[in-house]
Design a protein around this ligand. Structure first.
Ligand SMILES: CC(C)(COP(=O)(O)OP(=O)(O)OC[C@H]1O[C@@H](n2cnc3c(N)ncnc32)[C@H](O)[C@@H]1OP(=O)(O)O)[C@@H](O)C(=O)NCCC(=O)NCCS
Length: 317
């Protein structure tokens, strides 16, 4: 007999092992912005689903869903998902997103489960590229020195001056519709900015672009904040920024004597992501991060927010 219960700080402890350590740590804190449902078989924990909520509770992300192998294929996953949807609906949540990676052996089961529970067709939102130093150095992406057209130069983002920052913000405010999209702003979550390979691009001394990366996990660097000003398009400057940032990342790993693999995440559907896949796909293990959405209050409503999903680090199988 399976039972499904919304967990509280008092009842959560036996379920902590049913997610990755990073999310288990979240469960130790206040559960105020989380909804957590456990599945038990004759009182023994067999499954867990966790969703995070924005402070206004309008938007949720299902960050973890796990059923232990012995109880898979019996409808527990689908029931957990249906149960958490009910609790999210009760909290007034309008939209829930569910993110997963395509390279996991469970991707087909997840997609089936989402479809069965009436979630929308998943969309690819980001692409992960994983490689090690040796493979990268042999790839067409590597060059010992990235050559820029005349007048351009790279600089370490850590060397951005207060004057540069003021100029960027002023131009952003003065350009109708914005100079750059806020999703690629170099000033979001600055505590995460990775100094080893975040770079800016100057043209005749003025900042005209950047590849500001963020450290998401010890081995994963996010390459989503890429920007080149409109009047400088058509010179492949964005791919050159990516090449230079990647070169700095791998040179750093090589110099540190660490042979770990490195993973980078970039936004899907960007021109350079496609180019990178054609150009250097062979040097990387490439997988997609997909997101499925469910509108919880009014089915026909268009999605309200798109937040780049959390990184599902080392999900247990
Ligand atoms: C994904 C997971 C939660 C599914 O749990 P589950 O309890 O087995 O799911 P259910 O039994 O409710 O439903 C699974 C459905 O997928 C189907 N399925 C299972 N494996 C499948 C596969 N490889 N390809 C296609 N469909 C598959 C099942 O037949 C079932 O469909 P049905 O009810 O129409 O027969 C479980 O496999 C798991 O914990 N995996 C590891 C963790 C993980 O990857 N989590 C997701 C990322 S957060």
């Amino acid at each position: 007999m399976y039972t499904y219960t919304r967990l509280t700080p008092e009842t959560i402890s036996p379920y902590r092992g049913l997610t990755v350590p990073a999310y288990a740590k979240l469960l130790d804190q206040s559960l105020e912005n989380l909804v957590v449902v456990g599945a038990a078989y004759f009182w023994q924990p067999v499954g867990l689903v966790i969703a995070t909520l924005t402070p206004d509770a309008r938007y949720a992300q299902v960050i973890s869903l796990l059923v232990i192998p012995e109880h898979r294929g019996k409808g527990v996953g689908a029931a957990l998902l249906a149960e958490i949807e009910k609790h999210l609906h009760k909290r007034g949540c309008q939209q829930a997103d569910f993110a997963y990676l395509t390279a996991t052996e469970h991707a087909a089961a997840i997609e089936h489960l989402l479809e069965k529970n009436d979630w929308r067709t998943p969309q690819t939102v980001a692409v992960f590229f994983e490689s090690d130093v040796e493979t990268y150095l042999k790839s067409p992406l590597y060059t010992p020195q990235v050559i820029l057209p005349d007048g351009y130069e790279f600089f370490a983002w850590a060397d951005l001056t207060p004057q540069d920052r003021a100029t960027i913000l002023q131009r952003q405010a003065q350009t109708p519709g914005g100079w750059f999209s806020e999703t690629v702003s170099p000033f979001i979550q600055e505590d995460r900015v990775e100094p080893i390979n975040s770079i800016g691009l100057r043209y005749q001394g003025e900042v005209v672009g950047w590849m500001v990366t963020q450290r998401m996990t010890p081995t994963l660097v996010d390459y989503t904040n890429l920007f080149v000003s409109r009047e400088h398009k058509g010179q492949s400057l964005s791919i050159l920024l990516v090449m230079e940032a990647t070169r700095r990342q791998f040179e750093y790993i090589k110099a540190s004597g660490n042979d770990q693999t490195a993973t980078s995440r970039s936004l899907a559907n960007s021109k350079w992501t496609k180019m990178l896949m054609d150009f250097a796909g062979s040097a990387f293990k490439v997988q997609e991060q997909r997101v499925s959405t469910k509108m919880l209050q009014d089915k026909d409503e268009p999605p309200i927010v798109t937040i780049l999903p959390r990184i599902p680090e080392n999900f247990p199988s």
